[in-house]
Write a protein that binds this ligand. Structure first.
Ligand code: 89V
Length: 342
């Protein structure tokens, strides 16, 4: 089969491992990179063996005509650079969070629909090994229809060291981490019916936005009560599990627990079955981010199959709008101190 030719927009921390993850999937070839700082794009191309460098994204699209673009820029680049792809009818994968507002995200999805061009969001959390095992176990029906669940990701890890732009976001924890966990919750329990959220900005002095969030949602036909606890703060913790998401789900026939060190435990009347879902170790991945970076491989595999028209793809732009409705609904809920209904 011919290689699918793609271009990368952005040359930062995530672009480097996303390219490595594409190469792990195979059948694709990165033919060009764009970055507004040419020097940064050149360093990227040199280090990772990308043949063409551009500091003008439109010129790249006109000259290279890639089969798709992976837009891995900072949030400010998501809308303008994705819309440029829509204008040239080039399929695009946009980094999460798709946009800084729901209005912008809706405009992006509409532009691709109008251009009859595929548009996806790079949302890898639901592809992490323990999260996928949780999704599959829930779908197997072994604990029945869940009535309550909890997701916890509370960490003192310095996420800002690798991603300094996150310090400046006026809306931080829900756009950065909330997108991931809310998307995973949707994959587990279906669409939200209502949501209540409280936010704090604490124990992270140089960070402009909210960094601690607590949400309560009612999700799916079964109205599952889902509690989500998020925090990037210097709270003294006995155990640091970054970037693992811990979870506990209760159903009429049993419970499922995702604990540290990638364990998933399913308890029914028959007893407890435990299985470890450690992520694969890739030489290119930062060991501190193994669970997150390795999940880019199955995420890309799903996106590539969708780009080739073989499957619908899980994280289309249209699907991801439903995640962003929850993210921005949560900000609205916190601002009004009120429940938001969907
Ligand atoms: O994966 C990400 O989106 C990161 C992290 C979860 C580490 O905050 O920004």
């Amino acid at each position: 089969m011919n290689q699918t030719r793609f271009a990368i927009f952005g040359a930062g921390f995530w672009a480097r491992c996303q390219l490595a993850a594409w190469r792990e999937v195979g059948g694709v070839e990165c033919v060009a990179i764009y970055n507004r700082s040419r020097a940064k794009a050149e360093a990227f191309a040199r280090d990772l063996g990308v043949p063409a460098v551009y500091d003008d994204a439109e010129k790249l699209l006109r000259e290279v005509k890639p089969d798709f673009v992976d837009n891995i820029t900072e949030i400010g680049g998501h809308m303008p650079l994705s819309l440029l792809c829509a204008k040239h009818r080039i399929p695009c994968i946009c980094q999460k969070p798709m946009a800084a507002s729901l209005k912008d995200a809706r405009e992006m999805v509409a532009a691709f629909a109008k251009a009859k061009t595929a548009f996806f969001v790079h949302e890898n959390w639901r592809w992490q090994t323990p999260m996928r095992a949780l999704i599959d176990t829930l779908r197997s029906g072994v604990i029945g229809t869940p009535f309550r669940a909890r997701f916890t990701m509370i960490s003192g890890f310095d996420v800002w060291a690798n991603q300094p732009a996150l310090r400046e976001l006026p809306q931080f924890i829900l756009t950065d981490l909330g997108t991931h966990i809310l998307d995973t919750a949707r994959a587990c329990f279906g669409e939200a019916r209502s949501l209540y959220c409280q936010l704090h900005r604490t124990l992270a002095p140089d960070v402009k936005g909210d960094n601690v969030a607590t949400l309560l949602l009612s999700m799916g036909e079964a109205k599952t009560s889902v509690v989500i606890e998020l925090g990037y703060a210097k709270t003294p913790l006995e155990r640091e599990s970054f970037p693992q998401t811990l979870a506990f789900v209760e159903g009429p026939l049993g419970s499922i627990e995702v604990t540290g060190d990638y364990w998933l435990r399913v308890t029914t009347k028959k007893g407890t079955q435990s299985r470890r879902h450690a992520p694969p170790r890739y030489a290119w991945a930062d060991p501190r981010y193994d669970i997150s970076q390795s999940s880019m491989v199955p995420c890309h595999r799903d996106l590539l199959a969708a780009l080739r028209g073989e499957t619908p793809g899980e994280t289309t732009g249209a699907d991801n709008l439903k995640t962003l409705e929850l993210v921005f609904g949560a900000y609205e809920s916190a601002r009004r101190d009120a429940v938001v209904k969907f």
